[in-house]
Design a protein around this ligand. Structure first.
Ligand SMILES: [Ca+2]
Ligand SMILES: [Ca+2]
Ligand SMILES: [Ca+2]
Length: 589
């Protein structure tokens, strides 16, 4: 241990001042330690209950904290000392392990039907990069599963000899990967981070004999893990009942249709605006941005078509492989007609509908309550429009607001929309299933459902205080942010949620300081706190160029713990930094 400490001092030869506790922390220490120099476990317990709002904490919990802090910072053997100094107390509050901002365990009811949950969903899960020419591989699938993603999409095509099945993005230059390889990797990694079921959505371009081959592959690869009901389901089972199971969702088999293969290729030249441009926040209305969705012109029936569009609705078209059909637990399908007919809720039929992001935006304008009603029982999957060649994403709230369970994202993409997705699924212990709020599931006395367009009253206000930041000097080179001086950090903090709640604010910048102290407070009135996500971004200010990225996180507001908390920061891809973190306080009024 001695060597390690020596090294730490040695690498700190450039000047980083010790992060001092902010005034609020000093005051709290003074109050709960009764003015003494140290705080006992019992006093800490009072602080946890009264100040941090942890009603369930016991004195034993507080004692555990005291032991851990003393052990970590003083290498003191258990019970050699029993109380915390102000510095220890601050270390505890600023520890992302000991004092995280949200709960880390699964705590929601997991016994409701699958359709009552938002499910962590990937789009074209096999792509390593862009949608046109990147490699197909099982690696991004494994990565997504380890992150907690529970819905994996595979586009399956015949190989060139038409005797085996490949996974690739059809009609593009993406290099294929064998289906069997993907299935084996799913089997090995499906439950690495969550025991709850993994749904494989198939975009099937196969002939009936290859469909039979796929059925055999599924049965051989997954065996008893595979869940498929004997008869068509009237109500989905729950995540609890389907733990460690694999579920297949696709359209019932139909004839392989060559005819449709030219669709979509016509607008291949269109480029997306990049949502990862750091200076331009696509979620913030106060920033100018090109609304590329509108430039697509009027949305016609064509955009309503599911990506697996074809005119064949049911098994009556072509028998296909009966075994294959029998394995499909969640039937996908798109009846003909406009939105109104598409969204009709049928009494004994459950299905999954896929709509593009443009179609869902259109639906929000004209049929929002029909969509909400549909998603109370059936699955709705929303997918990125075909022109997002660079694997960018879209506003996920558009889908969640309407109760869409599967808001499918390019998980290998970048940018702020993906951070929101990461943030949403930090909820409920990161298990990949987040219970839809009650208001999306309830039906009023006059058969009315939640109307996302109705003007709502403020339910509660979230107060956020940004105290200070620390740890960048350990994660970055001395010259990373500015060549000739220490960095100049500021924090953007705000809400992504329903339109009325969406708002970003920022702190002042603190110049030339690796451990900035802001001490600034912000208020966010929320009409739908259940769907709100707290967005946090740290920027490094530069006068002459664009600001540098210095960390981000996104947290579900419904899971925020009140009181003073240590907020871990993540890089652009969503990987947690080792050290960079913020000290913040949350209060609901
Ligand atoms: Ca800079
Ligand atoms: Ca500077
Ligand atoms: Ca600077």
């Amino acid at each position: 241990m001695g060597t390690y400490r020596y090294c730490l001092c040695f690498t700190r030869k450039f000047k980083v001042k010790q992060a001092e506790p902010p005034e609020d922390v000093r005051q709290a220490f003074k109050k709960y330690a009764d003015g003494a120099a140290t705080m006992s476990a019992e006093q800490l317990w009072r602080f946890l209950v009264e100040f941090q709002g942890e009603g369930g904490a016991s004195v034993a919990d507080a004692q555990r904290v005291v032991d851990q802090v003393l052990h970590k910072h003083h290498h003191i053997a258990k019970f050699a000392r029993h109380a915390l100094s102000l510095e220890d107390f601050h270390h505890f509050l600023f520890s992302t392990d000991l004092n995280p901002p949200i709960r880390s365990e699964v705590h929601q009811d997991m016994k409701a039907p699958l359709s009552h949950y938002f499910i962590y969903t990937g789009h074209n899960s096999y792509l390593t990069g862009n949608q046109l020419s990147s490699d197909c591989s099982d690696v991004p699938i494994i990565k997504a599963l380890k992150r907690g993603v529970r819905v994996v999409e595979l586009d399956i095509w015949p190989n060139s000899a038409k005797d085996d099945v490949h996974v690739l993005h059809g009609r593009t230059l993406t290099t294929p990967v064998e289906l069997i390889k993907c299935l084996k990797s799913i089997r090995e990694n499906a439950f690495a981070t969550s025991p709850y079921p993994v749904i494989i959505t198939l975009e099937d371009h196969l002939t009936p004999d290859l469909q039979s081959k796929v059925a055999q592959m599924f049965i051989q690869t997954f065996g008893n893990m595979l869940y498929y009901p004997e008869a068509e389901l009237k109500e989905f089972l729950s995540p609890e009942e389907l733990k460690y199971r694999i579920i297949i969702s696709t359209k019932p088999p139909k004839e392989y249709l060559e005819a449709k293969s030219t669709k979509e290729s016509s607008h291949l030249e269109k480029k997306d605006s990049e949502d990862d441009v750091w200076a331009n926040d696509p979620l913030d209305a106060s920033h100018s941005q090109r609304d590329d969705d509108k430039t697509e012109g009027e949305i016609n029936e064509h955009s309503l078509e599911a990506e697996e569009s074809d005119d064949c609705e049911t098994e009556s078209c072509q028998p296909g492989g009966p075994t294959y059909k029998g394995l499909i637990a969640i039937h996908a399908g798109k009846p003909k007609g406009g939105l109104k007919e598409v969204l009709k809720v049928e009494v004994d039929k459950l299905r999954r509908l896929s709509l593009s992001e443009q179609a869902i935006e259109k639906a929000t304008e004209s049929h929002s309550t029909d969509v909400v009603r549909f998603t109370q029982k059936n699955f709705l999957r929303v997918y990125p429009k075909g022109t997002r060649f660079n694997s960018s994403n879209y506003k996920p709230l558009v889908g969640w607001m309407l109760g869409a369970q599967m808001v499918a994202f390019n998980m290998q993409g970048y940018g702020r929309f993906l951070w929101l997705m990461h943030g949403m699924f930090r909820a409920n212990g990161g298990c990949g299933y987040v219970k839809k709020p009650d208001f999306l599931m309830s039906v009023g006395p006059n058969n009315q459902v939640f109307d996302p367009k109705a003007k709502l009253d403020v339910k509660k206000t979230l107060k956020v205080k940004v105290y200070m930041g620390d740890g960048w000097h350990l994660d970055f080179k001395q010259t990373h942010f500015d060549l000739y001086s220490p960095p100049d950090f500021y924090v953007r903090v705000g809400i992504a949620g329903v339109p009325a709640d969406t708002l970003m604010k920022k702190t002042r910048k603190i110049e030339d300081d690796w451990t900035p102290v802001w001490n600034q407070e912000f208020s966010f009135p929320l009409t739908v706190p259940e769907l709100a996500l707290l967005r946090v971004e740290v920027h490094e200010y530069d006068m002459s160029e664009k600001d540098d990225f210095a960390g981000q996180t996104c947290l579900p507001v419904s899971e925020l713990k009140s009181g003073v908390r240590a907020i871990p920061l993540h890089d652009r891809k969503g990987e947690k930094f080792n050290s960079a973190k913020l000290l913040m306080r949350f209060d609901f009024v």
